[in-house]
Design a protein around this ligand. Structure first.
Ligand code: GDP
Length: 344
Protein backbone atom coordinates (compact mmCIF):
# COMPACT_ATOMS: atom_id res chain seq x y z
CA UNK A 1 0.00 0.00 0.00
CA UNK A 2 2.88 2.27 0.99
CA UNK A 3 4.56 1.55 -2.33
CA UNK A 4 1.38 2.42 -4.26
CA UNK A 5 1.08 5.69 -2.32
CA UNK A 6 4.72 6.53 -2.91
CA UNK A 7 4.39 5.82 -6.66
CA UNK A 8 1.29 7.98 -6.99
CA UNK A 9 2.98 10.86 -5.08
CA UNK A 10 6.00 10.53 -7.37
CA UNK A 11 3.72 10.41 -10.41
CA UNK A 12 1.84 13.57 -9.44
CA UNK A 13 5.16 15.24 -8.57
CA UNK A 14 6.64 14.38 -11.95
CA UNK A 15 3.56 15.64 -13.75
CA UNK A 16 3.63 18.90 -11.78
CA UNK A 17 7.36 19.19 -12.53
CA UNK A 18 6.82 18.71 -16.23
CA UNK A 19 4.04 21.33 -16.30
CA UNK A 20 6.32 23.68 -14.32
CA UNK A 21 9.21 23.24 -16.78
CA UNK A 22 6.82 23.76 -19.69
CA UNK A 23 5.47 27.00 -18.21
CA UNK A 24 8.98 28.18 -17.33
CA UNK A 25 10.18 27.53 -20.88
CA UNK A 26 7.20 29.42 -22.28
CA UNK A 27 7.93 32.32 -19.92
CA UNK A 28 11.56 32.41 -21.00
CA UNK A 29 10.79 32.05 -24.68
CA UNK A 30 8.40 34.99 -24.81
CA UNK A 31 10.83 37.83 -23.99
CA UNK A 32 13.45 36.33 -26.35
CA UNK A 33 10.94 36.32 -29.20
CA UNK A 34 9.90 39.85 -28.31
CA UNK A 35 13.53 40.99 -28.23
CA UNK A 36 14.13 39.50 -31.67
CA UNK A 37 10.98 41.18 -32.94
CA UNK A 38 12.05 44.54 -31.49
CA UNK A 39 15.47 44.14 -33.09
CA UNK A 40 13.87 43.44 -36.42
CA UNK A 41 11.72 46.55 -36.17
CA UNK A 42 14.72 48.63 -35.14
CA UNK A 43 16.95 47.37 -37.95
CA UNK A 44 14.46 48.57 -40.55
CA UNK A 45 14.42 52.11 -39.15
CA UNK A 46 15.69 55.11 -41.09
CA UNK A 47 18.96 56.72 -40.01
CA UNK A 48 17.43 59.58 -38.01
CA UNK A 49 15.60 57.05 -35.82
CA UNK A 50 18.75 54.98 -35.36
CA UNK A 51 20.52 58.12 -34.21
CA UNK A 52 17.56 59.19 -32.08
CA UNK A 53 19.49 59.58 -28.82
CA UNK A 54 21.98 62.07 -30.25
CA UNK A 55 19.31 63.73 -32.34
CA UNK A 56 16.79 64.29 -29.58
CA UNK A 57 19.46 65.47 -27.17
CA UNK A 58 20.83 68.00 -29.68
CA UNK A 59 17.46 69.12 -30.98
CA UNK A 60 15.92 69.28 -27.53
CA UNK A 61 18.49 71.84 -26.47
CA UNK A 62 19.13 73.62 -29.77
CA UNK A 63 15.46 73.70 -30.81
CA UNK A 64 14.81 77.30 -29.79
CA UNK A 65 17.79 78.56 -31.76
CA UNK A 66 17.11 76.38 -34.78
CA UNK A 67 13.58 77.65 -35.21
CA UNK A 68 14.65 81.30 -35.57
CA UNK A 69 14.61 82.34 -39.18
CA UNK A 70 17.55 84.76 -39.09
CA UNK A 71 20.48 83.54 -37.00
CA UNK A 72 22.65 86.60 -37.74
CA UNK A 73 20.71 88.25 -34.91
CA UNK A 74 21.97 85.76 -32.30
CA UNK A 75 23.59 87.48 -29.31
CA UNK A 76 26.96 86.50 -27.87
CA UNK A 77 25.09 84.95 -24.93
CA UNK A 78 23.14 82.80 -27.42
CA UNK A 79 26.38 81.69 -29.06
CA UNK A 80 27.83 80.75 -25.66
CA UNK A 81 24.78 78.61 -25.04
CA UNK A 82 25.08 76.94 -28.45
CA UNK A 83 28.73 76.24 -27.71
CA UNK A 84 27.78 74.56 -24.46
CA UNK A 85 25.18 72.38 -26.20
CA UNK A 86 27.70 71.19 -28.81
CA UNK A 87 30.23 70.39 -26.09
CA UNK A 88 27.59 68.39 -24.23
CA UNK A 89 26.95 66.38 -27.41
CA UNK A 90 30.68 65.51 -27.31
CA UNK A 91 31.60 67.48 -30.42
CA UNK A 92 34.88 68.33 -28.66
CA UNK A 93 36.41 71.70 -27.86
CA UNK A 94 38.57 72.27 -30.96
CA UNK A 95 35.89 71.09 -33.37
CA UNK A 96 33.18 73.13 -31.64
CA UNK A 97 35.31 76.29 -31.97
CA UNK A 98 36.01 75.53 -35.63
CA UNK A 99 32.31 74.93 -36.29
CA UNK A 100 31.15 78.10 -34.56
CA UNK A 101 33.81 80.28 -36.22
CA UNK A 102 32.84 78.90 -39.62
CA UNK A 103 29.15 79.44 -38.84
CA UNK A 104 29.71 83.06 -37.80
CA UNK A 105 31.81 83.71 -40.93
CA UNK A 106 29.08 82.31 -43.10
CA UNK A 107 26.47 84.47 -41.41
CA UNK A 108 28.58 87.60 -41.99
CA UNK A 109 28.35 87.02 -45.74
CA UNK A 110 24.78 85.77 -45.94
CA UNK A 111 22.06 87.36 -43.85
CA UNK A 112 18.71 85.74 -43.24
CA UNK A 113 20.02 82.17 -42.89
CA UNK A 114 18.65 79.80 -40.26
CA UNK A 115 21.12 78.28 -37.78
CA UNK A 116 20.15 74.77 -38.84
CA UNK A 117 21.22 75.13 -42.45
CA UNK A 118 24.39 76.98 -41.41
CA UNK A 119 25.36 74.25 -38.93
CA UNK A 120 24.50 71.54 -41.45
CA UNK A 121 26.75 73.12 -44.08
CA UNK A 122 29.72 73.81 -41.83
CA UNK A 123 29.48 70.37 -40.17
CA UNK A 124 29.42 68.64 -43.52
CA UNK A 125 32.57 70.46 -44.58
CA UNK A 126 34.49 68.89 -41.64
CA UNK A 127 34.37 65.47 -43.22
CA UNK A 128 37.01 64.05 -45.50
CA UNK A 129 34.99 63.25 -48.58
CA UNK A 130 35.47 59.96 -50.35
CA UNK A 131 35.22 59.56 -54.06
CA UNK A 132 34.81 55.84 -53.89
CA UNK A 133 34.32 55.08 -50.25
CA UNK A 134 31.56 52.56 -50.61
CA UNK A 135 31.60 49.08 -51.96
CA UNK A 136 31.86 50.32 -55.52
CA UNK A 137 35.62 50.17 -55.12
CA UNK A 138 35.51 46.40 -54.83
CA UNK A 139 37.08 44.24 -56.08
CA UNK A 140 39.85 46.54 -57.24
CA UNK A 141 42.52 45.49 -56.58
CA UNK A 142 41.75 41.81 -56.41
CA UNK A 143 42.50 40.21 -54.06
CA UNK A 144 41.75 43.03 -51.67
CA UNK A 145 43.03 42.85 -48.09
CA UNK A 146 41.27 44.88 -45.39
CA UNK A 147 42.80 44.86 -41.92
CA UNK A 148 40.29 45.77 -39.20
CA UNK A 149 41.85 47.11 -35.99
CA UNK A 150 40.58 48.55 -32.69
CA UNK A 151 40.38 48.03 -28.95
CA UNK A 152 38.54 44.96 -27.58
CA UNK A 153 34.85 45.61 -27.25
CA UNK A 154 34.80 48.37 -29.90
CA UNK A 155 32.77 46.12 -32.18
CA UNK A 156 35.44 44.78 -34.55
CA UNK A 157 34.21 41.20 -34.90
CA UNK A 158 30.58 42.27 -35.29
CA UNK A 159 31.61 44.87 -37.87
CA UNK A 160 33.68 42.31 -39.81
CA UNK A 161 30.60 40.06 -39.90
CA UNK A 162 28.36 42.89 -41.11
CA UNK A 163 30.94 43.90 -43.74
CA UNK A 164 31.17 40.30 -44.94
CA UNK A 165 27.42 40.30 -45.51
CA UNK A 166 27.54 43.55 -47.48
CA UNK A 167 30.40 42.29 -49.65
CA UNK A 168 28.49 39.04 -50.25
CA UNK A 169 25.39 41.06 -51.15
CA UNK A 170 27.51 42.86 -53.74
CA UNK A 171 28.19 39.44 -55.29
CA UNK A 172 31.82 39.10 -54.14
CA UNK A 173 33.52 36.27 -52.31
CA UNK A 174 34.89 36.86 -48.81
CA UNK A 175 37.38 35.18 -46.51
CA UNK A 176 37.44 36.00 -42.82
CA UNK A 177 40.79 35.67 -41.04
CA UNK A 178 40.50 35.22 -37.27
CA UNK A 179 43.81 36.85 -36.41
CA UNK A 180 42.83 37.56 -32.78
CA UNK A 181 44.17 34.36 -31.29
CA UNK A 182 44.53 35.94 -27.84
CA UNK A 183 40.96 36.71 -26.75
CA UNK A 184 39.11 33.63 -25.59
CA UNK A 185 36.07 33.14 -27.78
CA UNK A 186 37.19 35.54 -30.53
CA UNK A 187 37.82 32.71 -33.00
CA UNK A 188 34.48 30.99 -32.42
CA UNK A 189 32.63 34.33 -32.51
CA UNK A 190 34.07 35.05 -35.97
CA UNK A 191 33.35 31.48 -37.10
CA UNK A 192 29.67 32.07 -36.33
CA UNK A 193 29.76 35.14 -38.60
CA UNK A 194 31.58 33.16 -41.32
CA UNK A 195 28.85 30.49 -41.21
CA UNK A 196 26.05 33.03 -41.09
CA UNK A 197 27.41 34.98 -44.08
CA UNK A 198 28.64 31.90 -45.94
CA UNK A 199 32.19 33.26 -45.98
CA UNK A 200 35.41 31.28 -46.03
CA UNK A 201 37.27 31.10 -42.74
CA UNK A 202 40.92 30.77 -41.70
CA UNK A 203 42.36 30.63 -38.21
CA UNK A 204 45.05 29.08 -36.03
CA UNK A 205 45.02 27.63 -32.56
CA UNK A 206 44.03 29.81 -29.60
CA UNK A 207 47.09 31.64 -28.25
CA UNK A 208 48.98 30.92 -31.48
CA UNK A 209 50.93 33.37 -33.65
CA UNK A 210 48.58 36.03 -35.11
CA UNK A 211 51.09 36.75 -37.88
CA UNK A 212 50.84 33.15 -39.03
CA UNK A 213 47.03 33.38 -39.28
CA UNK A 214 47.28 36.62 -41.27
CA UNK A 215 49.83 34.99 -43.58
CA UNK A 216 47.65 31.90 -44.05
CA UNK A 217 44.53 34.01 -44.69
CA UNK A 218 46.15 36.11 -47.41
CA UNK A 219 47.85 33.07 -48.95
CA UNK A 220 44.51 31.22 -49.05
CA UNK A 221 42.78 34.27 -50.54
CA UNK A 222 45.36 34.46 -53.32
CA UNK A 223 45.36 30.73 -54.00
CA UNK A 224 41.56 30.36 -54.03
CA UNK A 225 40.87 33.55 -56.00
CA UNK A 226 38.76 35.09 -53.23
CA UNK A 227 37.80 38.75 -53.83
CA UNK A 228 38.20 40.20 -50.33
CA UNK A 229 39.88 39.11 -47.10
CA UNK A 230 38.82 40.76 -43.85
CA UNK A 231 41.30 40.36 -41.02
CA UNK A 232 39.80 40.55 -37.53
CA UNK A 233 42.83 41.55 -35.42
CA UNK A 234 43.47 41.56 -31.67
CA UNK A 235 42.47 44.52 -29.50
CA UNK A 236 44.49 43.59 -26.47
CA UNK A 237 47.27 41.09 -25.95
CA UNK A 238 47.75 38.58 -23.19
CA UNK A 239 51.49 38.71 -23.70
CA UNK A 240 54.00 41.44 -22.93
CA UNK A 241 54.20 42.42 -26.59
CA UNK A 242 52.95 45.87 -27.41
CA UNK A 243 49.68 45.85 -29.36
CA UNK A 244 50.83 48.36 -31.98
CA UNK A 245 54.07 46.43 -32.56
CA UNK A 246 52.07 43.23 -32.97
CA UNK A 247 49.74 44.90 -35.51
CA UNK A 248 52.71 46.32 -37.43
CA UNK A 249 54.26 42.86 -37.49
CA UNK A 250 51.04 41.36 -38.87
CA UNK A 251 51.06 43.94 -41.68
CA UNK A 252 54.74 43.17 -42.45
CA UNK A 253 53.97 39.46 -42.66
CA UNK A 254 51.07 40.06 -45.08
CA UNK A 255 53.38 42.02 -47.39
CA UNK A 256 55.42 38.87 -47.94
CA UNK A 257 52.43 37.47 -49.83
CA UNK A 258 51.00 40.67 -51.36
CA UNK A 259 53.48 43.58 -51.16
CA UNK A 260 50.75 46.28 -51.37
CA UNK A 261 48.61 44.70 -48.65
CA UNK A 262 46.85 45.58 -46.47
CA UNK A 263 45.18 47.79 -49.05
CA UNK A 264 42.94 49.21 -46.36
CA UNK A 265 43.36 49.50 -42.59
CA UNK A 266 40.12 50.48 -40.90
CA UNK A 267 39.95 51.50 -37.26
CA UNK A 268 36.78 50.50 -35.42
CA UNK A 269 35.84 52.96 -32.66
CA UNK A 270 33.14 52.67 -30.00
CA UNK A 271 30.96 55.76 -30.50
CA UNK A 272 29.64 55.65 -26.93
CA UNK A 273 33.08 56.69 -25.67
CA UNK A 274 32.59 60.23 -26.99
CA UNK A 275 35.77 62.29 -26.76
CA UNK A 276 37.77 59.36 -25.35
CA UNK A 277 37.37 57.67 -28.70
CA UNK A 278 39.34 60.50 -30.33
CA UNK A 279 42.25 59.98 -27.92
CA UNK A 280 42.18 56.24 -28.58
CA UNK A 281 42.07 56.72 -32.34
CA UNK A 282 45.08 59.02 -32.26
CA UNK A 283 47.13 56.24 -30.62
CA UNK A 284 46.36 53.91 -33.50
CA UNK A 285 47.03 56.64 -36.04
CA UNK A 286 50.54 57.20 -34.63
CA UNK A 287 51.54 53.61 -35.40
CA UNK A 288 49.50 52.47 -38.36
CA UNK A 289 48.70 53.81 -41.81
CA UNK A 290 44.97 54.02 -41.25
CA UNK A 291 42.83 54.53 -44.34
CA UNK A 292 39.44 54.86 -42.66
CA UNK A 293 37.36 54.75 -39.52
CA UNK A 294 34.19 52.89 -38.59
CA UNK A 295 32.26 54.31 -35.63
CA UNK A 296 30.01 51.75 -33.91
CA UNK A 297 27.14 51.77 -31.40
CA UNK A 298 25.80 55.16 -32.50
CA UNK A 299 22.30 53.79 -31.88
CA UNK A 300 22.96 53.62 -28.15
CA UNK A 301 24.45 57.00 -27.38
CA UNK A 302 23.69 60.72 -27.18
CA UNK A 303 27.40 61.33 -27.83
CA UNK A 304 27.12 61.01 -31.61
CA UNK A 305 28.60 64.51 -31.92
CA UNK A 306 31.98 62.85 -31.40
CA UNK A 307 31.81 61.65 -35.00
CA UNK A 308 32.42 65.28 -36.03
CA UNK A 309 35.61 65.55 -34.01
CA UNK A 310 36.82 62.08 -35.02
CA UNK A 311 36.55 63.18 -38.65
CA UNK A 312 38.05 66.60 -38.23
CA UNK A 313 40.86 65.72 -35.82
CA UNK A 314 42.02 62.53 -37.50
CA UNK A 315 41.52 63.84 -41.04
CA UNK A 316 40.41 60.35 -42.01
CA UNK A 317 37.34 59.30 -43.95
CA UNK A 318 34.61 57.64 -41.95
CA UNK A 319 33.69 54.59 -44.00
CA UNK A 320 30.74 53.14 -42.13
CA UNK A 321 28.75 53.65 -38.97
CA UNK A 322 27.34 50.90 -36.78
CA UNK A 323 23.77 51.58 -35.69
CA UNK A 324 22.71 48.31 -34.06
CA UNK A 325 23.59 44.67 -33.47
CA UNK A 326 21.86 43.15 -36.48
CA UNK A 327 23.71 42.26 -39.64
CA UNK A 328 22.04 45.09 -41.59
CA UNK A 329 23.00 47.71 -39.02
CA UNK A 330 26.14 48.94 -40.76
CA UNK A 331 25.57 51.97 -42.95
CA UNK A 332 28.02 53.42 -45.46
CA UNK A 333 28.81 56.83 -44.06
CA UNK A 334 27.48 59.82 -45.95
CA UNK A 335 28.33 63.15 -44.30
CA UNK A 336 25.21 65.01 -45.41
CA UNK A 337 22.85 62.21 -44.45
CA UNK A 338 24.51 61.95 -41.03
CA UNK A 339 24.40 65.68 -40.34
CA UNK A 340 20.78 65.85 -41.51
CA UNK A 341 19.88 62.90 -39.30
CA UNK A 342 21.24 64.50 -36.12
CA UNK A 343 20.12 68.08 -36.86
CA UNK A 344 17.23 67.67 -39.24
P1 GDP B 1 35.39 43.38 -30.51
O1 GDP B 1 35.92 42.94 -29.19
O2 GDP B 1 35.96 44.71 -30.93
O3 GDP B 1 35.50 42.34 -31.58
O4 GDP B 1 33.82 43.69 -30.27
P2 GDP B 1 32.53 42.79 -30.61
O5 GDP B 1 32.32 42.71 -32.07
O6 GDP B 1 32.61 41.52 -29.85
O7 GDP B 1 31.36 43.73 -30.05
C1 GDP B 1 31.23 44.07 -28.68
C2 GDP B 1 29.76 44.30 -28.36
O8 GDP B 1 29.28 45.45 -29.06
C3 GDP B 1 28.86 43.15 -28.84
O9 GDP B 1 27.89 42.93 -27.85
C4 GDP B 1 28.21 43.68 -30.10
O10 GDP B 1 26.94 43.10 -30.35
C5 GDP B 1 28.08 45.14 -29.78
N1 GDP B 1 28.04 46.00 -30.97
C6 GDP B 1 28.89 46.05 -32.02
N2 GDP B 1 28.52 46.99 -32.91
C7 GDP B 1 27.37 47.57 -32.43
C8 GDP B 1 26.49 48.63 -32.88
O11 GDP B 1 26.66 49.27 -33.92
N3 GDP B 1 25.42 48.91 -32.07
C9 GDP B 1 25.19 48.25 -30.89
N4 GDP B 1 24.14 48.61 -30.17
N5 GDP B 1 25.99 47.27 -30.44
C10 GDP B 1 27.07 46.93 -31.18
Amino acid sequence: MDTVLLLSVLGVGALAGAVGVFLLKRKKAEPVAKEAQDREIKSGQPLDQKLEKTRSSLLGKLGGFLSRSDSSALSSKDWDQIEEILLEADVGFGTTQALLNAAKEKLKDQKGLGLKSVLQDVSESLFVQLKNGKLEFLPEPKPLVISVVGINGAGKTTTVGKLAQQIKNAGKSVLLGAVDTFRAGAISQLKVWADRTDSQFVTGREGGDPGAVAFDSVTAEKARGVDVVLLDTAGRLHTKTNLMEELKKIHRVIKKVIPEAPHETWLVIDGTLGQNSVIQAKEFQKSLDLTGVIVTKLDGTAKGGAVLSIASELKLPIRYIGVGESVEDLTPFEPRAFVDAILG
